[in-house]
Write a protein that binds this ligand. Structure first.
Ligand code: DGL
Length: 276
């Protein structure tokens, strides 16, 4: 039987967009959304209390992701952006089952995999958390569109704690990057996907390692574009909202989150504690 197309006519363009991640990583996606869709109100949930998701079981990640999605819908969101690869890789199916009939859901793996697979890349490397690599979702999604691409995935679990500690331009982070990117699995890659939304926060350092030898994919921009396409398709793009509202909920308020969110969204934003 043909799947029924979801009907989102009950939603209105003026409702906010919900975005979530385990911590600061999703802010790299939120920042691009703000840039591309400057009239949209945004509600961000950072599950800092349960961070890192990358070391958790699938069951735990499904539990966190579905609870946060429910919260975002209670907050009247018109779309949910899973700004976390680990949540996408482990809980996308459950999140879709829960809300896809009510609101569009945008994830961070499928749009990137699709884009990469239509461009000519023979050897693609993916660095991501353990739980994302174990799911094999990047390889599956890319090869669904183009089975000639070779995809090598490498778990790089020390990067998220380093980023959450604020170790940017730090010798520890440089050593971790050097160690991971020198791995034999990534030796012949032409393209690198940062398969964790935290990693663009180390983009300069990662690019420095490669010089011009490897193209690093800008996933947050691809995801923001995909969101725009989906909202447009359902007539849910908000325009002419001169003072968009940005709300941030965190399950544990951390100094690093405060620093990065204020850098991206301005000093006047407030962070609200919300344990789910
Ligand atoms: N930012 C996340 C991701 O894209 C989660 C990192 C983590 O909490 O381990 O996978």
């Amino acid at each position: 039987m043909k799947k029924k197309k979801p009907d989102y006519s009950h939603l209105s363009a003026a409702q906010p967009i919900g975005i979530f991640d385990s911590g600061v990583g999703g802010l790299t996606v939120a920042k691009e959304i703000k840039k591309l869709l400057p009239h949209e109100d945004l509600i961000y949930f950072g599950d800092t209390k349960h961070l890192p998701y990358g070391d958790k079981s699938r069951e735990a990640i499904v539990g966190y992701s579905t609870r946060i999605t429910n919260f975002l819908l209670e907050k009247n969101c018109k779309a949910v952006v899973i700004a976390c690869n680990t949540a996408t890789a482990n809980a996308l199916k459950e999140v879709l089952e829960l809300v896809a009939e009510r609101v569009p859901v945008i994830d961070v793996i499928n749009p990137v995999a699709e884009k990469v697979s239509y461009e000519i890349h023979n050897n693609v490397g993916v660095i991501a958390t353990k739980a994302t690599v174990n799911s094999g979702l990047y390889k599956k999604s890319i090869r669904k569109h183009n089975k000639f691409i070779k995809v090598d995935e490498l778990a790089t679990p020390l990067l998220v704690p380093a980023i959450e500690e604020g170790f940017k331009n730090h010798p520890i982070t440089h050593a971790i990057i050097y160690n991971y990117l020198s791995h034999s699995k990534l030796r012949n890659i032409e393209t690198l996907i940062l398969g964790c939304t935290h990693y663009p926060l180390l983009l300069d350092e990662i690019k420095q390692f490669y010089g011009n030898r490897v193209r690093v994919i800008d996933s947050p921009t691809i995801v923001a574009n995909q969101l725009k396409i989906i909202l447009e398709k359902h007539h849910l793009l908000h325009s002419g909202n001169p003072q968009p509202v940005y709300q941030f909920f965190l399950s544990d308020i951390t100094k690093n989150f405060e620093k990065i969110s204020k850098k991206f969204f301005g000093k006047s934003i407030d962070l609200e504690l919300k344990v789910l």
